[in-house]
Design a protein around this ligand. Structure first.
Ligand SMILES: Nc1ncnc2c1ncn2[C@@H]1O[C@H](COP(=O)(O)OP(=O)(O)OP(=O)(O)O)[C@@H](O)[C@H]1O
Ligand SMILES: [Mn+2]
Length: 270
């Protein structure tokens, strides 16, 4: 007689490693005793002081994004190899781990999400702050109305050379950085106005109200997106910046790198 174990056991039989997504300390401890497989912890923080850890920039709400990002990070850090099979344990319905997915690491299905954070010129913390700000802006809008915004992060000198001012720059002589609560309030306020924010690798706000003039040649952005997304996507081909765009029309936050759409998140899901 076959039992449930025989059937569900297929999910984790002969895996190369187990990836635990944001496990509790006690859950992780139980794995330390298991010497059958390597254990990888994936999360926004290494709360359990795991030996092998992959950092997530966001607690991705979408489970496949979460797993894909984790595996991309593990591949990038040479923790796993292309073709390895993993048992990925995550929580979907509660804070506890309640789901196991059997996933094969595929270097070809590389989405670039990990690269966006870990291999960009700009500081990963800066990228994370700007992404969080765009998500927050998408959730709340400006006085209840949907707003759009365009943030160009990194390689600021070159970005400034490929753009022009639409108005006076309120950040002209200031030395303010993203992540600072006051700055976030200012950025939200200015996001009502036209153009892009330019942010340095280290997170300094270089300018607001920039009109970007990249060459759009060879930029392949999804149809239906307008000038803001085109300009944001294109400048990331011309420079080593990344672009984080909040759409006023569909409410989604998108990130572009090297002229390509890398990440799409729905602020309402956070
Ligand atoms: N080249 C540019 N540089 C900076 N900002 C731009 C540029 N082109 C457009 N924008 C900004 O984007 C705003 C919206 O333009 P548009 O509707 O064409 O873009 P979109 O990609 O459809 O964005 P949304 O989804 O928010 O409507 C403009 O009002 C302007 O503030
Ligand atoms: Mn539009």
């Amino acid at each position: 007689m076959a039992g449930l174990d025989d059937v569900f056991g297929d999910l984790f039989s002969n895996v190369d490693a187990a990836a635990l997504f944001s496990p509790s300390g006690s859950y992780y401890e139980r794995f330390v005793e298991v010497d059958e497989v390597d254990v990888i912890v994936v999360g926004t923080e290494n709360d359990v002081s795991a030996e092998t850890f992959v950092e997530l920039p966001l607690e991705f709400d979408n489970i496949s994004d979460r797993i894909r990002f984790g595996l991309e990070g593990a591949l990038n850090q040479d923790i796993i190899e292309d073709g390895d099979t993993l048992a990925c344990a995550t929580s979907v319905f509660s804070d506890d781990i309640d789901t196991v997915s059997r996933v094969r690491a595929d270097a070809d299905s590389h989405t670039g999400i990990y690269d966006l954070f870990a291999r960009s010129r700009a500081d990963p913390e800066v990228i994370k702050s700007v992404l969080e700000l765009a998500i927050e802006l998408g959730q709340k809008g400006q006085k209840g109305k949907p707003v759009g915004a365009l943030f160009i992060v990194g390689d600021a000198g070159k970005v400034m050379n490929k753009s022009r001012p639409l108005s006076y720059n309120p950040f002209e002589k200031s030395h303010v950085h993203v992540g600072d609560p006051i700055v976030n309030v200012m950025l939200k306020e200015f996001s009502r106005l036209d153009g892009a924010f330019v942010i340095s690798d280290a997170g300094k706000i270089v300018s607001a109200y920039r009109y970007l003039e990249p060459s759009a040649e060879g930029v392949d952005i999804p149809k239906g997106l307008g000038a803001r997304h085109m300009a944001g996507g294109a400048i990331t081909r011309d420079t080593n910046a990344i672009a984080i765009v909040l759409s006023e029309s569909d409410g989604l936050v998108r990130a572009f790198k090297a002229g390509e759409l890398i990440l799409e998140v729905d602020p309402e899901a956070y």
